[in-house]
Design a protein around this ligand. Structure first.
Ligand code: PEP
Ligand code: MN
Length: 337
């Protein structure tokens, strides 16, 4: 941590800051320039709240040098985490596709869409059985029946299943049917849920919260990792900004930032990030170009009648065409898809 004192800080204030830092257990390196004093506080304290120092008299600014996320950071593990689930790898050179409807709606729907997912060369079927809806009057998902249908459809076409878990009580049930737990944007800081998911032996995909900084998102990943579950995947799904021509603002730059800060794989979800189907293919192409380790895409055979997120669902043909384009982009950057 670096503490920069104000220009007019008195010697007594400098000494007071030094004393506080020493009391907190830091080693001190003081450098007194002609204009101001700068104190280097050495010591690894990921939980230290820098505000304890910024409020002291005479302090101008306080900067952290090390990151507060230990296990999710590159300093803990330099090489990329590659998660293996059956014969699928997430975080390797192959860009993984997680495709399917927003919600599982019926046997006919999920089998029909699972076939398209398999035909497209994607390996993971997405679909929600427990849905976090903004309105309590909107379709809430099919529950266990939806999970059963999804598992059966995935097995028929040799696909993996990713589905959302909203609360601790659903973990055991979802465990029986899914290969990957999805934690939705609204639950990114549901710390008790994250702690429980730290104990399961299946991968967890953690979506970025609607108003979360990348650091807060990585700290949430830290909850799962520190519980013992090392198989965490991040997913950028757009954040809330002042822009309202899109449902959310797709933070494409989160992809290189996460790759630099963390060894965990990052998936991009242009469907929720934009919320409108015509914006999904351009952003999906951009995400692959930016280095996403995978994409989550929603599509539906009849978006008009979809029970959730119809406006952002691609039609199967558009989805299949997009897959071809994505393959070309992946190839151009030395990856497969
Ligand atoms: C979803 O994937 O269906 C979903 C609800 O996503 P998010 O949590 O990103 O809104
Ligand atoms: Mn959705």
């Amino acid at each position: 941590m670096v503490v920069i004192l104000q220009k007019n800080a008195t010697e007594a204030q400098v000494q007071n800051v030094v004393k506080h830092l020493e009391d907190y257990g830091f080693q001190i390196h003081k450098s007194t320039g002609t204009e101001r004093t700068i104190i280097g506080a050495i010591g690894v304290k990921p939980n230290f709240d820098t505000r304890n120092i910024s409020i002291l008299d005479g302090v101008d600014e306080v900067y952290r040098v090390t990151t507060p996320f230990k296990l999710a950071g590159r300093s803990f593990q330099e090489s990329n985490t590659v998660i293996k689930i059956k014969d699928v790898e997430i975080g390797g050179n192959h860009v993984v596709m997680m495709s399917g409807p927003c919600s599982v709606e019926s046997e006919d729907q999920i089998f029909r869409l699972a076939k398209v997912v398999a035909d497209s060369g994607a390996t993971i079927l997405r679909g929600g059985a427990f849905k976090p809806r903004t309105s309590p009057y909107a379709f809430q998902g099919m529950g266990e029946e939806g999970l059963k249908l999804m598992r059966a459809a995935a097995d028929q076409y040799n696909l993996l299943v990713i589905t959302e878990v909203m609360q601790i009580e659903q973990i055991d049930l979802i465990y029986k049917y899914a290969d990957i737990f999805q934690v939705g944007a609204r639950n990114m800081q549901n710390f008790s849920l994250l702690k429980e998911l730290g104990k399961v032996d299946k991968p967890v995909m953690l979506k970025r919260g609607i108003a979360a900084t990348i650091e807060e998102w990585l700290m949430s990943a830290e909850y799962i990792l520190s519980g013992g579950n090392k198989d965490v995947v991040l997913c950028e799904r757009g954040i809330r900004t002042f822009e309202n021509y899109t449902r959310n603002t797709f933070d494409l730059s989160a992809i290189p930032v996460v790759h630099k800060k963390s060894h965990l794989p990052i998936i991009a979800d242009p469907s929720h990030a934009t919320g409108l189907r015509d914006q999904v293919p351009p952003m999906a192409r951009a995400a692959v170009a930016a280095g996403a380790d995978g994409l989550m895409i929603e599509f539906h055979h009849d978006p008009e009648t979809a029970l959730s997120d119809g406006p952002q669902a691609l039609l199967p043909n558009t989805y299949l065409k997009l897959m071809e384009e994505l393959r070309l982009i992946a190839k151009a950057i030395g990856r497969t898809l």
